[in-house]
Design a protein around this ligand. Sequence first.
Ligand SMILES: N[C@@H](CCC(=O)N[C@@H](CS)C(=O)NCC(=O)O)C(=O)O
Length: 215
Amino acid sequence: MTRRLYIYEHCPFCVKARMIFGLKGVPVELVWLLNDNEADPIRMIGRKLLPILEEDGRFMGESMDIVAHVDAMGEPVLTGETNPAIAAWISSVSGPLYRLMLPRVACAPFPEFETTGARAYFVRKKEASTGMFAPYLESGTEQLAELNNRLPSLVSLIRSPSAVNGILSTDDIHLFAALHSLSIIAGVVYPPEVETYRQTMSGLSNVPLMDAQAA
Ligand SMILES: N[C@@H](CCC(=O)N[C@@H](CS)C(=O)NCC(=O)O)C(=O)O
């Protein structure tokens, strides 16, 4: 069977879809599209939105649909209960997180930005919705302080480094995707429990963090 996952390296929704393949040990071919490639996603699912899973010429969008589809192959692994406090924590950081993350992503050497046109497309599109990137690259200290203030409250929610609630659940998918986005921001201070969790989850899911590109 041909099984391909079309992704952008920086994209948190693509991270979610990637994770389930690693957690399940299901082989998949990763295909990085250029950020300004509108034609291929539109041909596949009618919208310019990644991730997209292709299986023998059939296409599926929506990260959590892909997660559920892959988890249903054989024995499911995401069998644990979810904790509303995890979703609440993620939404409490999402404002400062995406303000600082997107400008840094725009400067990173990811495959989706291999051409100047693809990088310019990203900057143009995201700045139109979030505002200019420059102030958040030059400073952003207020947002960084907000993130660092929020991280300690995650510690008591982590029950195990290999599953936030003790048993793997969709909370791990959403939480690791947020921590993956956070990893491109230099100056974030991870409490030891959070550091161990994000490293363990990166290993288990086979999705590298962006620490090396942090700015
Ligand atoms: N609900 C979708 C959202 C996916 C999404 O927003 N993907 C972004 C990348 S992070 C995208 O492809 N946006 C189009 C663009 O950036 O041009 C999912 O969960 O898969």
